[in-house]
Design a protein around this ligand. Structure first.
Ligand code: IMP
Length: 432
């Protein structure tokens, strides 16, 4: 079985928990895009882990975790994460693999990220300031430095020198010295070396041996560089297409696609968000859902579930099923709204507009459902949910067009309802 698990909204859907929950059914978990802008939070026996680069599967002993060529790797961030895991008794050696084709984030990328945001002023994107965009810019401009380049110090020296000089020209008054950047890279190279491999080849060999793979997405479909709300997006393909390019596997390597959605909507950073609630209802969702960025601590913008956006996620990714997270955050609300369409320029839209200016004018059309006074928190069986919570889920399934195979009711691994019959509908052949 090869299953993709990816975000179908604006990121922060709870992918870390879903991947961690399913990981024990797989041999390999592979990340295909993004960098340490991601923050996958997983709670395990009361301990909170925030994984940024390393796939959430690392918390399962014996599982191999892969960082694909589509990921941009900041070696310092990677080592910090490895050290943090080691402090918690989790050893990555022999289980972590990094693609030799993955591009590196270097110190000047972080500076350029901050500079670009400052120059955009009011039109800033609200990036995570991790140097993600500038690292991908260098990749597309064919001047990036890849993990595999660390093995050839002479060529590396030349590339680092050229890149730092080019950057100094961009950043007014900057006189960054290329030598320390180069020396630090040589130092990183020694620690990275045992993990570096040809990931595409490795995955093909493992698949031939019948090994199962979970492809783990970061960010979300609406932050995808091509299909998201451009320019308010991240710089990689968070949607399903990123798997093939970001790991070097063919499309038939993906058996099924599971889209993770929150029971409401959040977004961090700038850009349109049609169902955003700027009143106390938004604050209520933020506080009950602890909606603060895992990486930057920024408060997330919150609003009702947007079925127009979710349906778009279904279309772009060919979703087979949903994993619906944070249902419990809606506990105790009197009424809950679902956005089923938009109104714009006197017209009703049922499809997500590709024109961002039009999206900015869209007013949500809501359907109102009764809430549930009894808590769903910690529920493990669908039948244990209050009737109104089940009605809410059924309606979400109808308006989104795919079944909710997993429902998460709390942050711990076992605070989850896995609806095996819905997994069957989606033709998942997960071995239990
Ligand atoms: P960047 O990826 O740091 O360039 O940021 C670009 C946009 O993507 C900003 O709006 C960020 O807030 C958003 N973003 C990046 N990573 C994540 C994530 O993991 N979750 C949610 N939003 C993200």
């Amino acid at each position: 079985m090869k299953l993709a698990v990816l975000g179908a909204q604006w990121g922060d859907e709870g992918k870390g928990k879903v991947v961690d929950l399913l990981a024990s059914r797989f041999d390999i978990v592979a990340r295909y895009q993004g960098g340490h802008n991601a923050g996958h939070t997983v709670y395990l026996n009361g301990t909170k882990f925030v994984l940024r680069l390393i796939p959430s599967g690392i918390l399962h002993h014996g599982l191999t975790c892969v960082i694909g060529n589509g990921v941009v790797v900041d070696p310092q961030a990677l080592f910090a994460e490895v050290d943090e895991l080691a402090r918690n008794g989790i050893d990555v050696d022999g289980r972590l693999v990094v693609s030799d084709k993955a591009h590196l984030i270097l110190p000047y990328h972080r500076d350029l990220d901050l500079l670009a945001e400052a120059r955009r002023g009011e039109r800033k994107i609200g990036t995570t300031s991790r140097g993600i965009g500038p690292a991908y810019e260098d990749k597309i401009a064919r001047r990036g430095i890849r993990v595999g380049d660390l093995a050839s110090p002479d060529a590396l020296e030349q590339n680092v020198r050229d890149n730092v000089i080019a950057r100094n020209r961009l950043v007014h008054d900057s006189t960054m010295d290329w030598k320390p950047v180069f020396e630090q890279l040589l130092h990183h190279a020694r620690r990275l070396r045992p993990w570096v491999t040809d990931v595409s080849l490795m995955l093909h060999e493992e698949m031939r041996r019948g090994k199962s793979i979970l492809f783990e997405g970061a960010q979300g479909t609406l932050l995808d560089i091509d299909h998201g709300t451009y320019p308010y997006v991240t710089s990689s393909n968070a949607s399903v297409g990123g798997i093939c390019t970001g790991l070097g596997v063919g499309p038939r390597s993906i058996d099924a696609v599971l889209g993770v959605v929150k029971a409401y909507t959040t977004r961090v950073g700038e850009g349109p968000l049609p169902t955003e609630l700027s009143d106390e209802r938004g604050s209520r969702l933020r506080e009950s859902g602890n909606e603060y960025g895992a990486v930057t601590g920024r408060p997330r913008r919150c609003g009702w579930y947007d079925a127009v956006a979710a349906r778009y996620g279904v279309r772009i990714n060919g979703l087979d099923a949903l994993a619906l997270t944070k249902l419990d955050v809606l506990d105790g609300l009197d009424r809950i709204e679902i956005c089923t369409a938009y109104r714009s320029g006197g017209r009703t839209l049922t499809e997500f507009p590709s024109d961002i200016a039009q999206l900015g004018t869209c007013e949500p059309v809501y359907e109102s459902l009764p809430g549930w006074p009894t808590p769903t928190r910690g529920a493990r069986r669908y039948a244990d949910l209050p009737e109104n919570a089940r009605r809410y889920i059924s309606r979400l399934e109808e308006v989104t067009g795919v079944p909710a195979a997993i429902v998460s009711t709390g942050s711990e691994r076992d605070e989850t309802i896995v609806r095996e019959e819905k997994l069957q509908i989606a033709e998942f052949k997960l071995q239990t």
